[in-house]
Design a protein around this ligand. Structure first.
Ligand SMILES: [Zn+2]
Length: 235
C-alpha cells in the first residue's frame, strides 16, 4: 500500500533533480558561449570572405533596426571569422534615401556563440542615415553587448537559440557527469574486489551488508525485513 506513493515521490525527486541538472547545464552552456565570445584567441581566428546568399539577405531584412523603412541591399562579400564555438559575420549594405536621394551605408556584425552548437546570437549595427540635415549615425547592439578586452572590443551575444541551448545543455550535463560516474563505478568495483559492501564500503561477510542493509546481488528479490535472520534455511 505504501509502495506506490513512495515510488511516485521518488519519481518526482528524480524528475526534479533532472530538471535542476538540465537548467544548471544550460546556464553552464550560456556562460561557456559568452566566455568563448570574449576570450577567443585572436591568433586562432580564421577569416574568410564569402559571397552572400539568400539566407544572409533574409537575416539582414529581419534584423536590421530600420526595418522596412530603408530598402538595404547587401554589398560585396561577407567576412566570416570562425573559432571553435564562435562565428562572426560582417556585412556591408547600402541604400538610397527616399527622403534625400543620398546614399546610406550600413554595416552589421552578427555573432553566434556556443559549444558544441551555437546557443547564443546577437548583432552590432552601424547605420549612417543620409537624412537632411545630416544626423549622427545609429550605432547599437541588438541582443548583444560590447566587452572591452586587451586586444579590442568584443561583441558578446545573449539572445538564446533554444534548440542549440537544449543540445548544449545535454552535452554539458553528460560531460559534467562523466567524471563522478567513472569515480563511483571504480570505487564500487574496487570495494567488491576487496570483499567490501559496494554501497558503503563496510567489510561484508554474508549476503547482506550489516552496516547499510544492502543485499548482495539479490537486492530486489529479497524482501527487506530486518527482524528476520537472513541466513536461516526454509523448513
Ligand atoms: Zn553496506
Amino acid at each position: 500500500m505504501n509502495v506506490r506513493p513512495r515510488g511516485r515521490r521518488r519519481q518526482y525527486r528524480i524528475a526534479a533533480s533532472l530538471i535542476c541538472y538540465l537548467v544548471g547545464s544550460a546556464v553552464g552552456a550560456v556562460i561557456l558561449g559568452m566566455g568563448i565570445a570574449i576570450f577567443a584567441a585572436d591568433s586562432s581566428l580564421v577569416v574568410r570572405l564569402q559571397s552572400t546568399e539568400a539566407a544572409d539577405r533574409s537575416w539582414w531584412k529581419s534584423e536590421v533596426p530600420t526595418k522596412e523603412r530603408i530598402d538595404w541591399r547587401l554589398r560585396g562579400r561577407r567576412k566570416q571569422t570562425t573559432f571553435p564555438g564562435l562565428e562572426i559575420i560582417e556585412y556591408k549594405a547600402g541604400a538610397f534615401s527616399l527622403e534625400t536621394g543620398q546614399p546610406e551605408t550600413a554595416t552589421a556584425t552578427r555573432v553566434d556563440a556556443g559549444w558544441p552548437f551555437f546557443c547564443l546570437t546577437g548583432s552590432s549595427w552601424y547605420l549612417m542615415t543620409a537624412s537632411s540635415p545630416p544626423g549622427s549615425p545609429i550605432i547599437l547592439e541588438s541582443s548583444a553587448f560590447r566587452f572591452e578586452t586587451a586586444s579590442g572590443s568584443r561583441i558578446v551575444p545573449w539572445r538564446l537559440r533554444p534548440f542549440g541551448l537544449l543540445l548544449n545543455a545535454v552535452v554539458m550535463g553528460l560531460l559534467v557527469a562523466i567524471g563522478p560516474t567513472i569515480w563511483l563505478l571504480a570505487r564500487r568495483i574496487e570495494r567488491r574486489m576487496r570483499g567490501k559492501c559496494p554501497a558503503c564500503g563496510y567489510p561484508t561477510v554474508g549476503v547482506r551488508c550489516s552496516e547499510c542493509g544492502r543485499i548482495g546481488r539479490h537486492r530486489h528479490l529479497v524482501p527487506d525485513e530486518p527482524d528476520r535472520p537472513m541466513l536461516t534455511r526454509e523448513p
